[in-house]
Design a protein around this ligand. Structure first.
Ligand SMILES: N[C@@H](CCC(=O)N[C@@H](CS)C(=O)NCC(=O)O)C(=O)O
Length: 214
């Protein structure tokens, strides 16, 4: 099994896919791809149907979207319990994951990662300001706060026990750190900020960060 990923310093979708695959406990080989130059993009299109990463190569097939990789991993490694067991909690976790997958566009635009604005390490950028970004950050505070208050008794993650949702929000926590965004400025009582800090402290993210900086 091979996981093709982009640069570890700033490829946020690659981090999500990698975190999910790590949780399976399965052996997989990481293949590094780049997409800065036209030549690199052309080479990536040779191995990725969409030209994007991550891509999981398994059994001669390609799975080229992070959510699809996550669902595949969940189906094939049920012992990893990637989604909450309870049906309603699972639907909420899927909603939060899908919201990240297709939403938070201002957060992506204004807090975009790159080699100059990495999601790992000590480099920091000025905090951007925009009404659309403010709305995304307020929504993040509401989502994190509501779910942590509701499921906190079951564990430290967004829905108590670790789930795919946590993989999807880990790069968000890294963006908040890089862009020096304090969620208290968006109505957080400390709950959302503490959850974001937990995401950055998870051993798999720390391993990713160490490898990215090596
Ligand atoms: N919907 C895709 C998005 C993947 C994506 O946007 N990947 C970025 C890296 S984080 C990429 O491959 N960019 C290549 C490029 O910009 O040429 C997924 O969920 O996997």
């Amino acid at each position: 099994m091979e996981l093709i990923i982009g640069p570890r310093t700033y490829s946020t979708w690659s981090l999500r896919g990698w975190l999910v695959m790590k949780r399976t406990g399965a052996d997989f080989t990481v293949i590094d791809a780049r997409y800065e130059t036209e030549a690199q993009k052309a080479a990536l299109r040779e191995v990725s149907p969409s030209g994007f990463v991550p891509v999981l190569k398994v059994g001669g097939e390609l799975i080229w979207d992070t959510l699809a990789i996550a669902e595949w991993a969940n189906e094939h490694y049920p012992q990893a319990r990637m989604w909450p067991a309870d049906s309603i909690t699972r639907a909420l976790a899927r909603s939060a994951t899908a919201e990240m997958h297709s939403g938070f566009s201002a957060l992506r635009n204004f807090c975009g990662t790159s080699s100059d604005r990495p999601m790992v390490g000590d480099a920091r950028s000025e905090t951007p300001s925009d009404p659309a970004l403010d709305r995304d950050l307020s929504r993040l505070v509401t989502l994190f706060g509501q779910m942590r208050r509701r499921f906190g008794a079951d564990g430290p993650w967004l829905f108590g026990e670790w789930s795919i949702a946590d993989a999807f929000y880990t790069p968000v926590a890294a963006r908040l750190r890089h862009f020096q965004i304090d969620l208290a400025d968006y109505g957080d009582d400390g709950t959302a900020g503490a959850y974001a800090a937990s995401l950055l402290a998870q051993p798999d993210f720390r391993l990713w960060e160490a490898e990215a900086l090596a």
